[in-house]
Design a protein around this ligand. Structure first.
Ligand SMILES: [Zn+2]
Length: 258
């Protein structure tokens, strides 16, 4: 079974000591294509190097809202030039994160809106992060229509999911769907149409129920694919083919050979 990890921070320093092993384990599990989203401008060069060093790694570049203190207005111009030169599969990740409060909400929103417009100019999909800010994110996506994208690590309601899907967005489903208590998310996964979902690890963060306290890995997405298949009364192979096609279509990733 072939799987695409639509969101893996493979450039993260926590993988420095064992990146090759992590990729080997992923390949052994059928995960040979991964989208690697960025966090901050001073990390783009490393991300580029990591993706160039292995087959099947597709970079995205952007300014992640969690690192809002590191971003400068001139990084937006640098991003624009970087996207033109590197031709990545997406802009990301970008978005809004109000987990630590909203004191910098205005600056976050400015950065997010600007990135949505940059993505639109480059005809790129966006990889969007939303924490404690899903409605605000959705409002921005409505205001700055572009070429669609993914709301990564989706954790909202079915109503919010349908609004995003209506705006041309897919929902990135992380391993949290494996927790019995994630009732709202499990209902979303059961209810949404085939073309609305993507599979993602968000590794090294967000380990699933079988890996509490561990670093998450792309190989583990096989486990929550099975959970998703069960929730959708499907089988893993059928669902994998659907989710691969969704990722291929959104990011322009070539199909696996053979
Ligand atoms: Zn992420």
């Amino acid at each position: 079974m072939e799987l695409i990890d639509s969101h893996c921070h493979l450039d993260d320093d926590r993988f420095d000591e064992r990146r090759a092993q992590v990729l080997e384990a992923a390949a052994a599990a059928g995960v040979r294509r991964l989208v690697v989203p960025a966090t901050a401008a001073d990390r783009w060069e490393k991300l580029k190097r990591v993706c160039a060093g292995h087959d099947g790694l597709y970079p995205a570049y952007g300014l992640h809202p969690w690192f809002v203190d590191q971003h400068r207005r001139e990084h937006l111009d640098e991003l624009d030039a970087w996207l033109a030169r590197e031709q990545p599969v997406a802009l990301g990740e970008c978005g809004l994160d109000f987990y630590r409060g909203r004191t910098d909400a205005e600056w976050q929103t400015e950065l997010f809106a600007a990135q949505l417009d940059i993505a639109s100019n480059h005809r790129l999909p966006v990889i969007v992060h939303a924490r404690k800010a899903l409605d605000q994110v959705t409002a921005q996506l409505r205001r700055h229509a572009g070429h669609g994208g993914v709301l990564h690590s989706f954790a909202g309601s079915e109503q919010q999911a349908r609004q995003l899907h209506g705006l041309g967005f897919k929902l990135g489903i992380a391993a949290t769907v494996g927790f019995e208590r994630a009732r709202k998310l499990r209902a979303v996964v059961a209810a949404m149409p085939d073309d609305a979902l993507l599979l993602e690890s968000d590794a090294p963060d967000q380990p699933g129920p079988g890996h509490r306290g561990e670093q998450n890995q792309p190989a583990y997405i096989v486990e929550h694919l099975r959970v998703m298949a069960e929730l959708r009364d499907s089988d893993p192979e059928t669902l994998a083919a659907i989710l691969n096609r969704n990722a291929e279509n959104l990011f322009g990733i070539p199909p696996a050979d053979g």
